[in-house]
Design a protein around this ligand. Structure first.
Ligand code: PXP
Length: 251
């Protein structure tokens, strides 16, 4: 790769494709298909820069075996979403994904509802951030776009934060514009303090462009919409279209 191409690739907004819900469909019947690893390979071919998978405590979608196969079979980085528990830490240290995103997890929730309260749980999180970091895994904290949470991430020494876009995605009109400004301000505060900001949750073809246009974001992680849309357009075309919208947003 030439220096110019490398600079372009490094500067562009990365797309992490979350393949959890391929596993949700598989697990609905307890069969071996559709295979999330096959989806990950297809997403990589279509332009995904990374694959994200959330190994939940209850293994409702991604399983331990999926993580093992993703760790071995991917040519692009794996971002393991995990709760801050000793069980998940041991799994992360065994497989050593490129990145680990610490998320809050409640057994009864439908999806990750809201970000981590990094300010409140500083002492609990510090151990996991340190252990993952020492193993060479790039740690991110999934937090709300709130200055208090960014400040907690700074104190924890997290190199990356992922800002929760769920509220933005579910609001309309002026309320959405206010939430978008919160995302932009939090991303700018992160960068000012040497933290790389990512974003994700609830992003779709219809709402991704304003988020992708926030210049500080380096990565978006998108799952549920892409897997659902793939039913109609195929996963390759769906990932390519998302990629194109993100690139257009960056001009
Ligand atoms: N980022 C994080 C940290 C998440 O927990 C999730 C959902 O698993 C996503 C991104 C992707 O959200 P969605 O599936 O709504 O695109």
């Amino acid at each position: 790769m030439t220096a110019r191409l490398r600079a372009t690739a490094e500067g562009r907004l990365r797309l992490g494709v979350n393949i959890d819900h391929v596993a949700t469909i598989r697990n609905a019947r307890g069969d071996s298909y559709p295979d999330p690893v096959r989806a990950a390979l297809l997403a990589a071919e279509a332009g995904a820069d990374g694959i994200t998978a959330h190994l939940r405590e209850d293994r409702r979608h991604i399983t331990d075996d999926d993580i093992a196969r993703l760790s071995e079979g991917l040519s692009i980085p794996l971002n393991l979403e995990m709760a801050a528990t000793d069980e998940m830490l041991a799994i992360a240290l065994r497989h050593r994904p490129r990145a680990a995103c610490i998320v809050p997890e409640k057994r009864e929730e439908i999806t990750t509802e809201g970000g981590l309260d990094a300010a409140r749980h500083h002492n609990h999180l510090a151990h996991y951030v340190d252990q993952l970091g020492q193993a060479g895994i790039r740690v991110s904290l999934f937090i709300e776009p709130d200055p208090a949470q960014i400040e907690a991430a700074i104190r924890l020494g997290a190199p990356v934060v992922e800002l929760h876009t769920g509220r933005y995605a579910h609001l309309d009109g002026e309320a959405r514009a206010v939430e978008l400004r919160r995302l932009a301000d939090a991303a700018a505060l992160a960068v000012k303090n040497g933290i790389e900001p990512h974003a994700g949750h609830g992003l779709t073809f219809d709402n991704v462009v304003p988020v992708a246009a926030i210049p500080q974001f380096r990565e978006l992680n998108i799952g549920h919409f892409l897997i659902g849309e793939a039913i109609f357009s195929g996963l390759g075309d769906t990932v390519r279209r998302m990629r194109a919208l993100m690139d257009e947003a960056r001009g």
